[in-house]
Design a binder for this molecule. Structure first.
Ligand code: BES
Ligand code: MN
Ligand code: ZN
Length: 515
């Protein structure tokens, strides 16, 4: 999808659809719907749009247009406008209309108009701060253009595509806003790359295929790339990761993708001595291993590499947006399977850090591969670590599907990440990591078991990781309940969400910003 700014007067905009946001207005609803002023004030002061006042007023009074969030009404051949259709979309409560809603408005427009002969959509943006709203709208449009139908052969996909999304900002300075458009495009296209990877079934996306995809992204984006094979990991003593991998005929990899800010940027202020590591769980399929999962719903476990895919997507965006801090992506990727060599409950493995782990449940495999990746990141100079992982089913019980769960050993670092996530429009909620929870992690035979008891499953999983991260500042994001959407939203297709990409990118971009 092409995206661009258009600053010329609205009436000249020759799009298939020109969209404006209308808000819920109590007066307008209560008052006589025929009164044009109420209509004008509920949409935009633009005279060409106001000229549709008669239609809008009628649509308001009939209840077709209420301003309700994401509600759409279409007027064909609007008078005085070059656009073929005038689309009004609900923005809800005007005071609460933020870039989050703007992103979803744009996504809803693309999703509801594609396949209806609409190839170019323009959206009028007149909310402040303009730059943030423009970026969010572009992101929403590009994300809304994504679909999970890659393997459907009977779809005439080309007929269902929006080719061009125009952000209409009459009278604004194009030069100032081009950067905002570009930023939105880069981030959303990267998030869509993440979704493409997660969408792949596990027979296509093996650990080796993921390694190849990451390698290709790195080469296209101009990033340094390296990957460790089984032998290299054996030499480094990554017994935790290799124990999981040994049950599959598909070999494991540890992918390393490096971004360095250009020297021209100078010895970047606060970033000077810092090195951010993004670590992503890359289990391309999770059967549970010998502690096998029930067959019902097991097909969804192809998305157990969503953390890995988020790191690939984020690194792509980071390569283009060039934040001030060096960032390295670390992706341990394995398949958790059950061949004759699979690890057994009760097996004791030695992690790269030297700690021994009693594998009480082979289905708690994510933390095992992350433990070695985190150790490797620290040995290679990481000063700050964020991991993203579809780690526990329990996070869905704790938080439902609307917040990522966050855990940390360093409140200040998490506060920075939370600030970034708010800017990026991703919801994250912190869970506790009091020392008491560590009591749940006791093994009779090794330093650590890989599972806690029945309670606080997401917290014990985080504590397990922390044993390998301490004392390096670290944040763990459990995205098990947010990386996959079971039912589509008006602004987003069902399937992979690409969650964590935007927060990762924003965290790196804002690194030099004072807390
Ligand atoms: N990949 C799963 C977690 C998961 C569950 C992700 C549901 C998405 C949806 C993880 O490897 C796992 O199996 N965790 C176990 C841990 C348990 C054995 C302590 C779980 O959550 O049941
Ligand atoms: Mn598992
Ligand atoms: Zn898993």
């Amino acid at each position: 999808m092409q995206v661009q700014i258009e600053t010329s007067p609205l009436e000249n905009l020759g799009a298939d659809a020109l969209a404006v946001v209308v808000f819920e207005s109590e007066e307008a609803q209560a008052a006589h719907a025929a009164e044009a002023p109420a209509v004008a004030s509920s949409a935009t002061p633009d005279p060409e749009i106001a000229a549709q006042g008669g239609w809008l007023a009628e649509a308001r009074s009939s209840g077709e247009v209420s301003g309700k969030l994401y509600e759409i009404a279409v007027l064909h051949r609007p008078q005085g406008l070059a656009a073929k259709r005038l689309v009004v979309i609900g923005g809800g409560n005007r005071e609460k209309f933020s870039p989050v809603e703007a992103r979803r408005v744009a996504g809803t427009l693309v999703r509801s108009l594609k396949g209806k002969g609409v190839r170019t959509i323009a959206l009028l943006i007149d909310s402040e701060p303009l730059a943030e709203f423009v970026t969010a709208a572009v992101e929403g449009a590009v994300l809304g253009g994504w679909d999970s139908n890659k393997y459907k052969t009977d779809l005439k996909k080309t007929d269902k595509r929006v080719d061009s999304f125009i952000v209409a900002v009459p009278g604004a300075d194009t030069n100032l806003l081009n950067g905002s458009v570009e930023r939105g495009r880069v981030i959303a296209e990267s998030q869509n790359l993440t979704r493409d990877l997660v969408n792949e079934p596990a027979n296509k996306l093996t650990p080796t295929a993921l390694e190849q995809a990451a390698r290709q992204m790195a080469s296209e984006a101009g990033l340094e790339y390296q990957s460790l094979d089984k032998q290299a990991m054996t030499d480094l003593g990554m017994g935790a990761l290799l124990g999981v991998a040994q049950g599959s005929d598909n070999p494991p990899h540890l992918i390393v993708i490096k971004y360095r800010p250009s020297l021209l940027a100078g010895p970047a202020g606060a970033a000077g001595e810092n090195h951010l590591a993004l670590v992503g769980k890359g289990v391309t399929f999770d059967t549970g291993g010998i502690s096998i999962k029930p067959s019902d719903g097991m097909e969804k476990m192809k998305y157990d590499m969503a953390g890995a895919a988020a790191v690939v997507g984020a690194m792509r965006a980071i390569a283009q947006l060039r934040p001030p801090i060096p960032v390295t992506g670390y992706i341990p990727t394995v398949e958790n399977m059950v061949n004759g060599n699979a690890q057994r409950p009760g097996d004791i493995v030695t992690a790269m850090s030297g700690k021994t782990i009693e594998v009480l449940n082979t289905d708690a495999e994510g933390r095992l591969i992350l433990a070695d990746a985190i150790t490797y990141a620290i040995r290679n100079g990481a000063t700050h670590i964020v991991d993203a992982a579809t780690l526990t089913g329990a996070i869905a019980i704790a938080l439902g599907h609307y917040n990522v769960g966050a855990f940390t050993n360093n409140q200040e670092f998490l506060n920075r990440l939370l600030a970034a996530s708010r800017e990026a429009g991703e919801k994250i909620w912190q869970l506790p990591m009091d020392d008491e929870y560590k009591e749940y992690l006791k093994s009779a035979f090794a330093d650590l078991p890989n599972i806690g008891g029945r309670y606080g499953g997401s917290i014990t999983a985080a504590w397990f990781l922390r044993e390998f991260a301490d004392p390096t500042p670290w944040v763990h994001l459990d995205i098990a309940s947010t990386a996959w959407l079971d039912d589509s939203k008006s602004w987003m297709s069902k399937g992979p969400t690409g969650v964590a990409v935007r927060t990762f990118v924003q965290l790196a971009a804002d690194w030099d910003r004072p807390a």
